[in-house]
Design a protein around this ligand. Structure first.
Ligand SMILES: NC(=O)c1ccc[n+]([C@@H]2O[C@H](COP(=O)([O-])OP(=O)(O)OC[C@H]3O[C@@H](n4cnc5c(N)ncnc54)[C@H](O)[C@@H]3O)[C@@H](O)[C@H]2O)c1
Length: 363
C-alpha cells in the first residue's frame, strides 16, 4: 500500500515568530480576528503596532464555539466594511480561527444565510469571493491552523455545519508559544486534551498512514508527559512550547485523516450537554480505545507502540491520565444514562466522522 501526505500550510514555529506577520503582510490591507481577552492582555495593542496602517478591520467579540446567531452580523459587517482587504489574520484559539475561516468564504450577496445554504447542501462549492488566511493559534489544541476545517455551531437549532474548502486551508500558520502563556488552567487542560484526541483519532482511522502515525505518536507521548506538568506550572515557557509543538503535530496528523468516533460523540455532548470541546472529545478516549483495539493489525501495532500490548492496562493508563487532570471519563458523570449513551454512540458511528472510525460498521 502506498501512502500520501499533503499539507499545504507554510508553518512557522517558535517564540517570537508572531513578528513575522509584518513581513508576511507587507503592502496589503488586512483584517484581524482576535479573542476578546486580547485587548486587556495588551496583545491587540501589540498587533496594532506591528501591523500599522495596513490593519483596516478588527473582529474581537469572538465567542467560544462560533455560533450562527453571532456569526451572521460579524460576517455581513466584514463583507460590507472590509471587502477590499486581501488577508484575514486570526489570532486566537480554534474559535477565532474557525470564525476567520467562515469570514473568508464570501458569498456573491455578502449574505451569511447564503453561506449556510451552501453548507447545508453538504456539497463542495467554489465561493464567489475569498480571502487569504493567516492563523496564529493562542491555545495549544485545535490544530485549526494546519487544517482546512471549521465548525460552525447552531445551538438553537441543535446542529452544526462543517466548512471545508480549498481556500479554508490557512496560507501560513504562525505557532508562537509566547501567545499561549496567558491561557488559564482549565482552557490549557481542555485544549491539550483536544490535541490528544486528534492524535488518537488519527490512529484509529480508516485514513491513517505511516506519516500521520509518526506525527500522532510523537504528539501523544509529549502530551501524556507534558500536560500534567504544565497544569501545575502554567508560566513555564519550555512546557508551553512543548505543548504548542504537540498540538501542531496532532493537527498535522489529523489534517490528513480527519477525526473519528470520539469527535462524532463530542458534537452531541457539546450541543446537548454544553461540554467544552476539549472535554467532550476526550472523556470517551478510553472507551473508544477499547472499541478500536483488535479491529486492524496495523492500527493495533501503532496503538501498542504507545500503550504496550495489554488493552486493559492501556485503557487504565488513559483513564488515570484523564482523572489526574480532573476530567471524568464516564457518560454517567455528565448526566447521561447508559441507554442515552448507547444511543449517542450508535448515532455518532453513523456520522461523517464516525464512519472514519476503524470500528464503525461502514469502515
Ligand atoms: N478547525 C478545526 O480543525 C478544529 C479542531 C478542533 C476544534 N475546533 C473548534 O475550535 C473551537 C474551540 O477552540 P479552543 O479549544 O482553542 O478554545 P477557544 O478558542 O474557544 O478559547 C477558549 C477560551 O480561551 C480564551 N483564550 C484563547 N487564547 C487565550 C490566551 N492566549 N490567553 C487567555 N485566554 C485565551 C478564549 O477567548 C476563550 O474564552 C470550537 O469551536 C471547536 O469546534 C476546530
Amino acid at each position: 500500500m502506498t501512502a500520501r501526505f499533503h499539507n499545504p500550510v507554510d508553518t512557522r514555529f517558535g517564540c517570537g515568530s508572531l513578528r513575522e506577520l509584518a513581513s508576511l503582510t507587507a503592502n496589503q490591507d488586512v483584517a484581524l480576528v482576535i479573542f476578546p481577552e486580547a485587548r486587556a492582555l495588551g496583545l491587540l495593542n501589540r498587533l496594532q503596532l506591528l501591523l500599522g496602517e495596513r490593519l483596516v478591520h478588527v473582529v474581537e467579540d469572538v465567542q467560544p464555539n462560533p455560533d450562527v446567531a453571532q456569526l451572521r452580523d460579524t460576517y455581513e459587517r466584514f463583507w460590507r466594511e472590509a471587502a477590499d482587504c486581501q488577508t484575514v489574520i486570526a489570532v486566537g484559539g480554534g474559535s477565532a480561527i474557525d470564525t476567520a475561516k467562515a469570514l473568508i468564504v464570501g458569498t456573491e450577496s455578502g449574505s451569511f444565510d447564503d453561506l449556510l445554504e451552501l453548507l447545508s447542501s453538504g456539497r463542495p462549492f467554489v465561493p464567489a469571493r475569498a480571502k487569504t488566511l493567516i492563523a496564529a493559534p493562542t491555545t495549544a489544541g485545535t490544530g485549526s491552523e494546519v487544517t482546512p476545517w471549521a465548525t460552525i455551531w447552531d445551538t438553537a437549532g441543535q446542529k452544526k455545519y462543517s466548512l471545508h474548502l480549498d481556500c479554508t486551508w490557512p496560507k501560513v500558520a504562525i505557532v508562537d508559544p509566547e501567545l499561549m502563556m496567558t491561557v488559564p488552567a482549565g482552557v490549557t487542560v481542555s485544549t491539550g486534551l483536544d490535541a490528544l484526541s486528534h492524535a488518537l483519532e488519527s490512529i484509529w482511522n480508516v485514513n491513517a498512514n505511516p506519516i500521520s502515525d509518526t506525527f500522532a505518536i510523537s504528539a501523544i507521548e509529549d502530551i501524556l508527559d507534558c500536560l500534567p506538568k504544565l497544569r501545575r506550572d502554567l508560566g513555564n515557557r519550555e512546557l508551553r512550547s512543548r505543548m504548542a509543538q504537540a498540538a501542531l503535530k496532532a493537527g498535522m496528523a489529523f489534517s490528513n485523516t480527519k477525526t473519528a468516533l470520539a469527535h462524532s460523540i463530542s458534537y452531541e455532548m457539546t450541543l446537548r450537554y454544553g461540554l467544552p470541546h476539549g472535554i467532550a472529545c476526550s472523556f470517551t478516549l478510553p472507551l473508544v480505545l477499547g472499541l478500536a483495539w483488535g479491529r486492524d493489525e496495523a492500527r493495533d501495532r501503532t496503538l501498542q507502540r504507545v500503550f504496550g500490548p495489554d488493552l486493559h492496562k492501556a485503557q487504565a493508563r488513559l483513564r488515570e491520565f484523564l482523572h489526574s487532570l480532573d476530567v471524568k471519563t464516564e457518560f454517567g458523570d455528565y448526566g447521561v444514562t447508559a441507554k442515552e449513551a448507547e444511543a449517542i454512540i450508535e448515532f455518532a458511528m453513523q456520522g461523517a466522522r464516525g464512519r472514519n472510525f476503524i470500528g464503525s460498521r461502514a469502515a
